[in-house]
Design a protein around this ligand. Structure first.
Ligand SMILES: Nc1ncnc2c1ncn2[C@@H]1O[C@H](COP(=O)(O)OP(=O)(O)O)[C@@H](O)[C@H]1O
Ligand SMILES: [Mg+2]
Length: 160
């Protein structure tokens, strides 16, 4: 089984504007279907919903602790029935070299579920094999976000 087969049917090439409860529902269902190892990247601006989605994925994956933003600790680790979960926020790192201090190599080579916010900060140290999720604000609809799953890079213009 390839890692990409964990994707639920909703996560095709399409685009879809989700309310927060819809995003949480999607993330929870996705989390239930994940089998480790899997690295998921969460791309999007501040407030796009990366941590909200990570929390939902963790809940579906069976994390029972409260999932909070790792903005300051950079890495949070949770227990779950199938594997540990590493939730990483790279917003505050200055260069990919800082990753070594986080134990990046051990984490990314482990058989865990790994959720990474601000993945671009890792530069070339981001493993090529990962599941990219992107969240975008929707102009004129502050209660909605567009979720791209599986590597779409287009701009979400005109989506409601
Ligand atoms: N449709 C939506 N999906 C996700 N979050 C939403 C949505 N609409 C409003 N929000 C709000 O946007 C904020 C997202 O914050 P957070 O998940 O911490 O973002 P990030 O980690 O990307 O900075 C939360 O306050 C959440 O309540
Ligand atoms: Mg966040």
């Amino acid at each position: 089984m390839t890692r990409h087969e964990v994707l639920p049917a909703l996560a095709g090439e399409g685009r879809i504007a989700l309310t927060e409860p819809e995003l949480v529902d999607w993330g929870t269902r996705m989390g239930r279907q994940i089998n480790p190892p899997l690295l998921v990247t969460l791309d999007g601006d501040l407030g796009a919903g990366k941590t909200t989605l990570a929390r939902a994925i963790c809940a579906g994956y069976g994390v029972s602790e409260d999932v909070t933003s790792p903005t300051f600790a950079l890495v949070h680790v949770y227990d779950a029935p199938k594997s540990p979960v590493y939730h990483i926020d790279l917003f505050r790192i200055r260069s990919p070299g800082d990753l070594q201090n986080l134990g990046w190599d051990d984490i990314t080579q482990s058989d865990a579920l790994i959720l990474i916010e601000w993945p671009d900060r890792a530069g070339g140290l981001l493993p090529a094999e990962h599941l990219p999720l992107q969240l975008r604000h929707v102009e004129g609809a502050p209660e909605k976000r567009v979720l791209y799953a599986g590597g779409h890079h287009g701009a979400p213009t005109g989506v409601r």
